[in-house]
Design a protein around this ligand. Structure first.
Ligand code: A3P
Length: 272
């Protein structure tokens, strides 16, 4: 697809989606008016921000069960309406990468939303590897070819800066939204689990949350899930970008990043 410049994408309303054969405009449009339940939780992230990690935490806190890992079957855009309405048990967790304008109407006012962000250097590296191992992305380029595509927002869900700033600018004061970062989760996951517990009002004990913390570690999730979901677990670190960026690429990235963020109070930690 020429629009994705080397990446295969599906375009709808100026946003690039994964090129899934089953994805239809009508479905994306229908999501806007999907009926909400008051205990629905939306997990909103730019891809590669730690979506599966956060999903696991939300799932364990909401169900009160830590015995098995329960990864999402698909992001919201990839679920059928029938599955959403009839098969997915409440409380439903909808992980998604939608822009605010494409979210189900009323979601950010009526139900709880958890946003997770991650520094865009690590996202670029993670996304590069993900594109290489995901056949639907149709990408076979080099890192040096991918980085400019990432800066220009040519991959799925367009630009990290566009996505992040749209959410932050529209919703930073919304009390229905809990903001998490991948870096904070790496630094002290237990503390972030306690924040989520409080936000979701799940009232779990400290003991239970200790177990969640252990079960959600990269090692634990990789061990039990890697066989089926290998492409979602790679390195699981903050700062792996240092092994990929050249000095020149890093300088160019910093200049670009500062320019994009110059009017924003959104902060990013590129290392711990
Ligand atoms: P890396 O490619 O940098 O390793 P998403 O779930 O949004 O697609 O994000 C995937 C990224 O989160 C991958 O990053 C993956 O390794 C990392 N990840 C997944 N589970 C994790 C965990 N339990 N702890 C830390 N990082 C995790």
């Amino acid at each position: 697809d020429a629009k994705g410049a080397g990446l295969t994408v599906y375009e709808w309303d100026n946003v690039y989606f994964p090129n899934w054969p089953w994805l239809k405009d009508a479905h994306l449009k229908a999501l806007r008016t999907m009926p909400l339940r008051e205990d629905d939780v939306f997990l909103c992230t730019y891809p590669k921000s730690g979506t599966h990690w956060a999903h696991e935490i939300l799932d364990m806190l909401l169900t009160g069960k830590t015995d098995k890992h329960q990864l999402p079957t698909a992001p919201l855009a990839g679920m059928t309406m029938d599955y959403i309405e009839h098969e997915l048990a409440s409380p439903r967790i909808f992980n998604n990468h939608l822009y605010p304008k494409h979210m189900p109407e009323g979601a950010t006012d009526k139900v709880k939303v958890v946003c997770v962000s991650r520094n865009p250097k690590d996202i670029a590296v993670s996304m590069y590897h993900f594109n290489k191992v995901s056949p639907e992305m149709g990408y076979d380029g080099e890192w040096s070819d991918f980085l400019p595509l990432f800066l220009e927002g040519k991959g799925i869900y367009n630009s990290w800066w566009e996505y992040t700033l749209q959410w932050w600018n529209a919703e930073k004061k919304n009390p229905n939204i809990l903001w998490l970062t991948y870096e904070d989760m790496q630094e002290d996951c237990f503390h972030q689990i306690k924040r989520v517990d409080q936000f979701l009002d799940t009232g779990r004990t400290l003991d239970f949350m200790e177990t969640v913390n252990k079960r959600c570690s990269f090692q634990s999730m990789t061990k039990s899930l890697q066989a089926q979901h290998t492409r979602f677990f790679r390195k699981g670190e903050v700062g792996d970008w240092k092994n990929w960026f050249t000095v020149a690429q890093n300088e160019e990235f910093d200049t670009f990043h500062q320019q994009k963020m110059k009017n924003s109070d959104f902060t990013v930690r590129f290392e711990l």
